[in-house]
Design a protein around this ligand. Structure first.
Ligand code: SF4
Length: 385
């Protein structure tokens, strides 16, 4: 029996697809060269923008069309990924060709991944997200944040090293909060702020293995544990969030030779009022403070980011703050997206999508030119010292 996985979207989806493949292979299936010769087609979807959903729908329509025209028996179609947040009823209504839905939070960490790369491996360390940025569908599609136990992660990395892998990327929606998801935000802040008095009573027992009151973030402990695996030479991680980027992590990046010095640190907007509407939990100033500390401590540092233009209500002045931040920070690369309301999110419920497509396009181009275009002469962003 043959399976074929069509993956759309981000690295989390690609990593999930490796595990879905592992699950099939554990049951004796092998990969089909094309969806045309598969018995099962698994479509791993992305819902970050309407256009991403449209691409998955287009693929499904192509499949249906091909089997109708050729008269061949149509394979079973299984839908997974972020489009599953629509719920069974709506999916079967919208996409009647779907035979089965695999909820994305059921993909899990347990199946061994089938990897194509032989040097670099993606290693998931957590699933889901508790942050509820108002524009984002992930907390709805992938559910609450769950950290994978340290032993599982380290054992997988040891296995990879034995097979000859030398580079790994630890993967999660918010890697910096690994091991802290059961702790309330207030308590998390209390635990991370060394100057605030803390008593043992403040620490929940179910987190005691992580929270040793030594001021070291669990994620930093995980980085140290995977760094100790012989054979692993390069460690990367994504995605980091600015509100969980603590001094001990900066120190670890600076002093641990195995950690790659390119850090992806999404800012989304340079305007404090937009950041507030996005529920991002930091300000332009606190983002800059993290960047400054990183630049001070980490030799050879490069930073990348994600940005959204045309968030509801984004004025010219608010966008100008983002432009100014781009020039000030000097990101090596920026993934700039035009806002698209995702049904069910807080932004969709609370705000009007009131920035026109023409304005979104213009703002997108401005940021592309500043951040991503080489040879810009005087417009090249200056690097903050
Ligand atoms: S941190 Fe925000 S943007 Fe990232 S996955 Fe979670 S809710 Fe979405």
């Amino acid at each position: 029996m043959k399976y074929f996985i069509k993956t759309f979207g981000c690295q989390s989806n690609k990593s999930d697809s490796e595990r879905v493949a592992g699950d099939y292979e554990a049951r004796g299936w092998s990969e089909a060269k094309s969806w045309r010769t598969a018995d099962d087609i698994i479509v791993n979807t992305c819902a970050i923008r309407q256009s991403a959903e449209d691409r998955a729908t287009g693929f499904l329509l192509n499949v249906v069309d091909y089997f109708k025209k050729t008269g061949k028996k149509r394979p079973k179609i299984i839908l997974t990924g972020c489009m599953t947040h629509h719920g069974q009823k709506k999916i079967y209504e919208l996409l009647p060709m779907v035979d089965e839905i695999l909820p994305v939070n059921e993909v899990g960490f347990n199946s061994a991944a089938v990897r194509k790369d032989i040097v670099h491996a993606w290693v998931p360390i957590s699933a889901g997200c508790n942050s509820f940025c108002t524009y984002c569908i992930v907390p709805y599609s992938r559910g609450r944040e769950v950290s994978r136990p340290m032993d599982d992660i380290v054992n997988e990395v040891k296995g990879l090293a034995k097979k000859g892998y030398t580079e790994i990327t630890l993967l999660g929606q918010n890697v910096n909060s690994w091991g802290l998801e059961k702790v309330g935000i207030g308590l998390r802040k209390l635990l991370m702020d060394k100057d605030t008095p803390l008593t043992v009573k403040d620490i929940p027992t179910n987190q005691s293995q992580y929270l040793s009151v030594d001021g070291i973030t669990p994620f930093v402990k995980l980085l140290r544990a995977v760094s100790a695996v012989p054979g692993i030479r390069t460690i990367r991680f994504m995605t980091s969030n600015p509100w969980d980027f603590h001094d001990d992590l900066i120190e670890e990046i600076a002093t641990n030779d195995k950690i790659d010095k390119f850090i992806h640190l999404p800012v989304q907007s340079g305007s404090n009022s937009v950041l507030k509407r996005m529920n991002r939990g930091y300000t332009r100033e606190s983002y800059l403070a993290v960047v400054r500390k990183l630049r001070e401590k980490v030799k050879g540092l490069e930073i990348g980011t994600d940005l959204i233009v045309g968030f509801p209500g984004e004025t010219d002045a608010e966008f100008a703050d983002t432009v100014a931040l781009a020039k000030e920070v000097g990101w090596k690369v920026g993934f700039v997206a035009r806002f698209s309301p995702r049904p069910g999110t807080a932004a969709w419920r609370l705000y009007q999508d009131d920035v026109s497509s023409a304005v979104k396009k213009k703002r997108w181009q401005i940021l592309e030119d500043i951040i991503n275009q080489p040879n810009l002469g005087s417009l090249r962003p200056k690097v903050i010292k």
